[in-house]
Design a protein around this ligand. Structure first.
Ligand code: AP5
Ligand code: MG
Length: 217
């Protein structure tokens, strides 16, 4: 089962994905996490991607597409993958379809996690993530048990550079002007489902599992 999770910045893709992938018994791949790992390891790819990400721009396709498609065909993803943050454009969606077709796989469904823009801004201003594995917290809505520490691995929490200043508005503009076009793309292919992301985290999880299981029977 190969699932695409579409949602604006702060809609809860990262919050939901790990648990959802476990429930569906598929591999979790987040393009943003892949980039942040490359940046922290100061690889050539990470050095190239860093400036785009900190400005809130999309990283160019010649860097992003091979990075994600390369990950999706690794051994642990052969049984299925939950993609968070990829594709974000029609060109990327077509590249994903072609890349999966080459290995006799396909996207089974695309889920849109719907959250109003004012809620997104509030969530992003309070978000902290952990240094070790990028677990997600929120000082207002989803705090860690001990301030500044990850509940799961004990590592320090930090605020992402692209959650500060102008980058937040720019990322939301890119989503609502460009990435949103993916909804029509997947609707046309009868693969789109929509889930209300503006509910308690556990309720969103339950709705996601039910909607996906229903669609991909
Ligand atoms: P990425 O890391 O994917 O960031 P993003 O798209 O900006 O999405 P976010 O991680 O901000 O939001 P999320 O939906 O995961 O929200 P979260 O669960 O954390 O990408 C970063 C950058 O990499 C991009 O800007 C771009 O430069 C580059 N990039 C990545 N993919 C690319 C691609 N395909 N092409 C080109 N460039 C690419 O939740 C947010 C907060 O809300 C948290 O604090 C959480 O605790 C809280 N929260 C979550 N759910 C709830 C709830 N139900 N109720 C209350 N609070 C909640
Ligand atoms: Mg995320």
């Amino acid at each position: 089962m190969n699932i695409v999770l579409i949602g604006a910045q702060g809609s809860g893709k990262g919050t939901q994905s790990r648990r959802l992938a476990q429930a569906l018994k598929i591999c979790y791949v987040a393009s943003g996490d892949l980039f942040r790992k490359e940046i922290s390891e100061q690889t050539e790819l990470g050095v190239k991607a860093k400036a785009f990400i900190e400005r809130g721009d999309l990283v160019p396709n010649d860097i992003t597409v091979p990075m994600v498609l390369g990950r999706v065909v690794e051994a642990d993803c052969v049984g299925g993958v939950l993609l968070d943050g990829f594709p974000r454009t029609i060109v990327q969606a077509q590249a994903l379809d072609n890349g999966l077709q080459d290995v006799a796989r396909a996207v089974n469904c695309a889920v849109y996690l719907m959250v109003p823009r004012d809620i997104l801004l509030h969530r992003l201003s309070g978000r902290y993530i952990c240094k070790a594995q990028q677990h997600v917290y929120n000082v207002n809505t989803n705090p860690p048990k001990v301030a500044g520490r990850c509940d799961i691995d004990g590592s320090d929490l930090y605020q992402r550079p692209d959650d500060r200043g102008d980058a937040v508005q720019k990322r939301l503009d890119i989503f609502f002007n460009e990435t949103i076009q993916l909804l029509d793309y997947y609707r046309k292919h009868q693969k789109l489902i929509e889930v209300n992301g503006n509910q308690a985290i556990d309720q969103v999880h339950a709705d996601l599992v039910r909607a996906i299981t229903e669609k991909v029977k």
